[in-house]
Design a protein around this ligand. Structure first.
Ligand SMILES: NC(=O)c1ccc[n+]([C@@H]2O[C@H](COP(=O)([O-])OP(=O)(O)OC[C@H]3O[C@@H](n4cnc5c(N)ncnc54)[C@H](OP(=O)(O)O)[C@@H]3O)[C@@H](O)[C@H]2O)c1
Length: 214
């Protein structure tokens, strides 16, 4: 499958690398047509990898991963172009974090989550919030925590898009999914990340995950 990864940070690089390893053709998009991170990532990732602008990548991808900073995601997706994203599944991995020197990052909680705002800005795109509630190494290798026995949360208005994301993430090793319903649930998923950050500081590891016990 042709897949777009928007964002050149550690998440874009890690998710993109996994997708290439699984045999997909992956285009990494950024606001800079030849971002140094993207150029280095392509050199390391191999023949299935390419880079370009947000718009180049979005046009290429049949499915899109939004791995940009949450505070910039709406701008990044506007650059990607509404037409290039229309009718496609967009996996929103982003979190709206505020950074202040000497303090733990905070989640910017607004009336609407980033996931909801993306869906509102791009009504023809099928937005699925997923993967934002864990570290990127766990996203691509769930077995590194509790032999993979934990839950992946997801939310989105389009049921078939969620099933498509589950199928793709199943190839990463995911087999437990909790569908929280419509994209409105993205607000709770983003808000949780402030607790994730506190757990990270307390546990001194990023290798942990949510496992819901009934
Ligand atoms: N790190 C994790 O394990 C983790 C886990 C769960 C979720 N997340 C979320 O996943 C996303 C990616 O995280 P990350 O740690 O890889 O990197 P990040 O530093 O949060 O974001 C990196 C990307 O955002 C782009 N960006 C920043 N400001 C921009 C703007 N004004 N316009 C367009 N693009 C802009 C950067 O482009 P430039 O390089 O050009 O600035 C870069 O491509 C974030 O939303 C993060 O909260 C991260």
């Amino acid at each position: 499958m042709n897949i777009a990864v928007l964002g050149t940070g550690i998440v874009g690089q890690t998710v993109g690398k996994k997708l290439v390893a699984l045999g997909h053709a992956v285009s990494m998009g950024s606001r800079d047509a030849a971002h140094p991170n993207a150029v280095a990532w392509v050199a390391a990732a191999g023949s299935g990898a390419r880079y370009g602008t947000f718009a180049n990548a979005a046009r290429f991808g049949e499915i899109i991963f939004n791995c940009t900073a949450g505070v910039a995601s709406l701008d990044a997706l506007a650059s990607a172009g509404e037409a290039n994203l229309a009718e496609k599944v967009l996996v929103d991995v982003s979190n709206p974090l505020a950074f202040e020197k000497g303090k733990a990052p905070r989640v910017i909680v607004e009336a609407e989550s980033v996931g909801e705002r993306i869906q509102r800005a791009l009504p023809r795109t099928r937005v699925v919030k997923a993967l934002n509630t864990m570290n990127c190494n766990v996203m691509v290798d769930p077995a590194r925590v509790a032999s993979g026995e934990h839950d992946l949360l997801l939310a989105g208005d389009d049921a078939s898009a969620k099933r498509a994301v589950e199928a793709l993430l199943g190839t990463f090793g995911w087999h437990r999914f909790i569908d929280l319903g419509g994209i409105a649930a993205a607000r709770a998923m983003e808000a949780y990340v402030e607790l994730w950050i506190r757990l990270r500081l307390t546990l001194e590891t990023s290798d942990f995950q949510i496992a819901v016990v009934r």
